[in-house]
Design a protein around this ligand. Structure first.
Ligand SMILES: [Zn+2]
Length: 307
């Protein structure tokens, strides 16, 4: 399973418009509230303890004390009968320094946290982080500029002025390995750590299919033309709201020419090298992303001969 996929909460989307039900769950002492401060999820325990960490889920009363009335609160879903909410902790000093969260746990960047918790919990982090992030960036109507307000337990915003409705976005990104027999194509972004190579990727553009985006991005970034494109897996990637669509593509040629605006280098690596890289070994100064990234799983599937 790929981190940030595998959220097991029942989203019961039909309940979101039932304001009375949402309010009763919000005040139910059996419900749990997941705080995020500066978009960082709260984890229980001491930073440095051996993983996996538990999500820092709080009783509703405690969460209120930390957040205040205007904080963004999102209904995430049900775990059995128990409701889970995500709650924005307004930017101020670190709430773990004093008050009800002191000595309970710590806040951690969502990307790092995704590989510090159990898979199903990483999925909850993805949902909570992406949702609160979206609300923080959509306080004003893109149509008329007036203020918008949170509706439907967080799954809609409504403009007070022109009544335009706005819904949380997911931005599709293709991420793909071109393959040719015993080799696959990887690239190094200009801002990547030294030696890090990954699958090539790019946003799908309006009016474009997944397959067309895969072919276009590979050609733009590496000059490699590909034929057949096949789907592998997807991964929610809440930075801020992407859905990574992992694909393989059959290369029609091996000649590469890097797009210097986007990448520092592209190169073909042999399957036997890929096998060592996914074990975390550095080969000829190259390394590949860790398992928190879907690129790791694409390279692994190729290395193990699944593609
Ligand atoms: Zn408006």
């Amino acid at each position: 399973m790929i981190p940030f996929a595998g959220n097991t909460l029942d989203r019961v989307s039909e309940k979101r418009t039932d304001a009375k039900w949402i309010e009763s769950k919000r005040n139910d002492p059996d419900s749990l509230v997941f705080p995020l401060w500066k978009l960082q999820p709260f984890l229980l325990g001491r930073d440095g303890d051996p993983p996996p960490y538990q999500l820092g889920l709080l009783e509703p009363g405690i969460a209120e004390d930390v957040a205040g009335d205007d904080a963004i609160c999102i209904f995430l879903g049900l775990d059995g009968d128990r409701a889970l909410f995500a709650l924005e902790i307004p930017d101020a000093k670190d709430p773990t320094k004093e008050g009800p969260l002191a000595r309970r746990g710590f806040f951690r960047d969502a990307r790092a946290a995704g590989s510090m918790v159990a898979i199903k919990d990483a999925g909850i982090i993805a949902q909570a982080k992406a949702m609160i992030d979206w609300h923080q960036r959509h306080g004003f109507c893109p149509k008329c500029g007036a203020r918008t307000k949170l509706m439907d337990a967080g799954y809609r915003r409504l403009c007070d002025q022109c009544n335009a409705e706005h819904f949380p976005r997911v931005d599709p990104v293709v991420i793909m390995l071109a393959t040719d027999g015993e080799a696959c194509l990887v690239g190094r972004g200009k801002l990547f750590p030294q030696g890090m190579f990954s699958a090539l990727a790019g946003f799908i553009e309006p009016g474009e299919t997944i397959e067309e985006a895969v072919r276009r991005e590979l050609y733009e970034e590496s000059s490699v033309r590909v034929g057949e494109v096949s789907y592998y897996a997807t991964q929610p990637w809440p930075f801020p709201s992407s859905l990574m669509i992992g694909c393989f593509a059959k290369a029609l040629s091996r000649e590469v020419k890097v797009d210097e605006n986007e990448l520092a280098e592209v190169r073909w690596i042999e399957r036997k090298v890929a096998r060592q890289l996914i074990e975390g070994k550095r080969v000829d100064g190259i390394l590949v992303p860790p398992p928190v990234a879907i690129a790791h799983h694409l390279i692994k599937a190729f290395a193990l001969g699944e593609r």
